[in-house]
Design a protein. Sequence first.
Length: 288
Amino acid sequence: MDKLLSTPAKITTKQAIATVVLAYVSLIISQLAAVLIGQAVTVIGLPDAVGSAVSGVLYIVFAFLCVSVICKKVIHLPVGSCRITKLSVKPVWCISAVILPVLIAGVYFLMAGKWEITPMDTGEICYTVTDAVIFYGAAAGIVEEIIFRGVLMTALERRWNKYAAVIIPSVIFALSHLIGADLDFISIFQLLAAGTIVGIMFSFITYESGNIWNSAIVHSLWNIIIVGGILHIGVEPNRYSLFNYVLDSKSFFITGGEFGIEASVIAIIGYVVVSILAFILIKRTKKG
């Protein structure tokens, strides 16, 4: 990995810190502005599903505009140098994007539990699906990769090295999931471990592919299938999810504690396996 992790410093510490702060603030502001505009759309009488779709699209647009300014004014780089390139994806990561959440969900379906379907009218179903696919899926996946594996990773790599570029954004990514969460100590520890590991997984995918789009696909498909609201797997049903698989198990290793299955040992194993795959492909590319 030594070849991977030697990068000359090209920006100052002040620039790197400013980039971290501004990028994270941009993520928050972009999301808030997009959601408020989406809600305004519903106020004038359009369906909630349309409002969610508008929020998702604007979330991507606002975040990209903010990142473009940060790249130009703070670290003096074109966005393409932050791996925010034209859309380019590799089959291996498209396949992994599907296999990872499907296998994890499949493991849970083999465990003792029961199915519950939340009663929803047509409008609620449309909103739930649109929210899962466009906002929590595509938009959240793309924006978080633009921020964490795009501009943050590049800034830290150019100031220090790829160790810092992989670890620091991954830890920040994990910590960001604590915002608004009311968790006990064990759940916090499990969330931080899982969040950091999945951040490292996304980082390795980005390094292997050379752009953020491959990690964004993996991230987005995970969100759509596991997080968005079409399907919920946990110890309690989620009244906002269309389909619920309620687990009999109460083991926090299996359930992920109070945060949910994304922080479970089962999910962590999945993250580690994909990380190893990405690392192996990186080493092969370097040797070639």
